[in-house]
Design a protein around this ligand. Structure first.
Ligand SMILES: [Zn+2]
Length: 95
């Protein structure tokens, strides 16, 4: 596990760069050092959506007897957690 580095020069991308790309529908990332464009790999899209929504789905099946507001808070927390760790699992390839 670790943040992606540039295919061309080895410069490590910032968490915020990857996070931003992730939020704008997997927008390609440009290396800040050498300007090489990187596209997200297909498997990363799957991993990212799993990390974000799978815990939510599992949690959803256990909330039948809990109050709605409490469940909503936990769900929000799970989604945020998935969003925070996703950039560490995202892999990009230079075009
Ligand atoms: Zn680079």
């Amino acid at each position: 596990m670790g943040l992606q580095t540039c295919d061309n020069c080895g410069n490590q991308f910032k968490w915020s760069q990857i996070y931003k790309s992730f939020m704008i529908f997997y927008k390609p990332i440009r290396c800040s050092e050498c300007d090489t464009k990187h596209h997200v790999s297909f498997s990363s899209r799957i991993i990212a959506s799993l990390l974000t929504f799978l815990p939510l789905g599992i949690y959803g099946t256990t909330t039948i007897y809990q109050s709605i507001s409490y469940s909503f808070l936990i769900a929000l927390l799970l989604v945020s957690l998935g969003l925070i760790i996703s950039p560490f699992f995202m892999r990009y390839r230079s075009a």
